[in-house]
Write a protein that binds this ligand. Structure first.
Ligand SMILES: NC(=O)c1ccc[n+]([C@@H]2O[C@H](COP(=O)([O-])OP(=O)(O)OC[C@H]3O[C@@H](n4cnc5c(N)ncnc54)[C@H](OP(=O)(O)O)[C@@H]3O)[C@@H](O)[C@H]2O)c1
Length: 252
């Protein structure tokens, strides 16, 4: 297999749909053996595997577990790394948005939003880090944060807190792992056309939003995937601890 990620093993969480699916396909196209994590939608995960295979990605695998479940995460990552013989690249993409104004925000929604978006990424990264340490300067972590974590958004206090926390994890770990040549970065999308935004960004809300985006449109999952794949490769070896924005100019 040729490609700049040939021989690497990459885990993408939340890769059955949307941005994660596009990232998994792009990493496969670059030659990585990709593991597609998801939590519920088996049919969608199978479609992602087919897209990776069609892009030339070697032997993609799908593994179902909830990243907020620490024990399940530890077991799955051990099984993946033992089975594939390595784990070089982790993309923490799994995420959910449960929106609500603060006065109506339920405790359980706050906790679930943090559990999946923030603790989930921590669980995966902690379990994977012993394998990434063996990968040394091939090791890459990319965390998918959000413009909302950087500038906030009314009705998204929990989501914003989780995504801002992910930026803190990114910068701390970048410092912690730099001596081994492992890079840790965050990609911060603006509003991207996926199931997540289809559920929340519609009608008048969408029109108002588009009016604030200098490029005048929502982004595509592929536009997030291209940057993420670059960060996972050898050409990005000197980029670490950064938050890279792909948002059509929404936040500059
Ligand atoms: N779309 C945007 O505008 C936007 C903007 C900024 C940041 N982001 C971030 O980008 C990431 C992907 O968003 P998206 O728009 O592609 O979302 P999406 O279309 O809703 O897809 C979410 C993915 O995450 C998986 N997932 C959800 N909870 C999980 C859990 N507990 N454990 C494992 N996997 C889980 C889903 O799996 P199932 O298919 O099994 O449900 C699915 O593959 C998220 O972190 C999101 O916060 C999105």
């Amino acid at each position: 297999m040729s490609g700049e990620l040939a021989g690497r093993v990459a885990l993408v969480t939340g890769a059955s749909r949307g941005i994660g699916r596009a990232i998994a396909t792009e990493l496969g196209r670059a030659g990585a053996r990709v593991v597609v994590n998801y939590t519920a939608n088996e049919a969608a995960a199978s479609e992602t595997l087919a897209l990776i295979a069609a892009a030339g990605g070697p032997e993609p695998l799908a593994r179902r577990w909830d990243v907020s479940d620490e024990a399940a995460t530890n077991a799955a990552i051990k099984e993946i790394a033992d089975g594939c013989g390595a784990l070089d690249i982790v993309v923490n993409n799994a995420g959910i948005a449960i929106d609500g104004l603060l006065l109506r925000l339920k405790d359980e929604d706050w906790q679930r939003t943090l559990a999946v978006n923030l603790t989930g990424a921590l669980n995966v990264t902690r379990a994977a880090s012993r394998y990434l340490l063996k990968a040394r300067d091939k090791g890459r972590i990319v965390n998918i944060t959000s413009v909302v974590g950087e500038q906030g958004n009314g009705g998204q206090t929990a989501y914003a807190a989780a995504k801002a926390g992910l930026i803190g994890i990114t910068k701390s770990l970048a410092r912690e792992l730099a001596s081994r040549g492992i890079t840790v970065n965050a990609v911060s999308p603006g509003f991207i056309d996926t199931d997540m935004t289809a559920a929340h960004v519609q009608g008048e809300v969408k029109d108002k939003l588009l009016a604030q985006i200098p490029l005048g449109r929502m982004g595509t999952a592929d536009e997030i995937a291209h940057l993420t794949a670059f960060l996972c490769g050898p050409r990005a070896a000197y980029i670490t601890g950064q938050v890279l924005r792909v948002n059509g100019g929404l936040l500059m």
